[in-house]
Design a binder for this molecule. Structure first.
Ligand code: ZN
Length: 159
């Protein structure tokens, strides 16, 4: 989808640039601009995009850090929000659409039956916990899927 390697704008003051190796690929080429994630590990936009894509390909919609904490065998595993990934991976419009659709679909598979039950019991009409991380666009997709799911489930329960 995106073949041109992405690189950070050095004048972007919202990002914290660091001079350390990429914790996803282990790449430590000196002149590559990398940023520090909320967990303290360094990434570059290409490795971050690739890692998060591979997580989604494996069915994950929660992103986490794959780095191994220095001097230990322990993995960092700290969760990154989509907002953080979007910004640090410099996701293009096309990639954002892909990510958001994919996250919503993966989340739907896991959460729809449960959300539907809650809604039937009138306990909740609102997005719940993890959903507060989502953007309006993802929430819209999820709502459409929920409506479709309700129709199918509704038909099934009236049979
Ligand atoms: Zn980390």
């Amino acid at each position: 989808m995106e073949d041109v390697p992405k690189s950070y704008d050095p004048s972007d003051s919202t990002l914290k640039f660091v001079n350390r190796k990429d914790e996803i690929t282990g790449d430590d080429t000196p002149d590559v601009l990398r940023v520090e994630m909320s967990c303290g590990h360094a990434v570059d936009p290409n490795s971050l995009t690739g890692w998060c894509r591979s997580l989604m390909d494996q069915g994950h919609f929660i992103f986490y850090c794959p780095a191994v904490n220095e001097g230990t065998e322990e993995k960092c595993d700290k969760q990154w929000s989509y907002v953080e990934v979007r910004r640090h991976a410099l996701l293009t419009d096309e990639e954002q659409q892909y990510f958001e659709k994919k996250i919503a679909t993966l989340a739907a598979v896991q959460y729809l039956p449960w959300m539907w039950k809650l809604r039937r019991k009138k306990q909740s009409n609102k997005p719940v916990c993890f959903l507060s991380n989502l953007y309006e666009r993802e929430w819209k997709i999820l709502s459409i899927l929920l409506a479709m799911y309700e129709r199918v489930e509704g038909m099934r329960t009236t049979l």
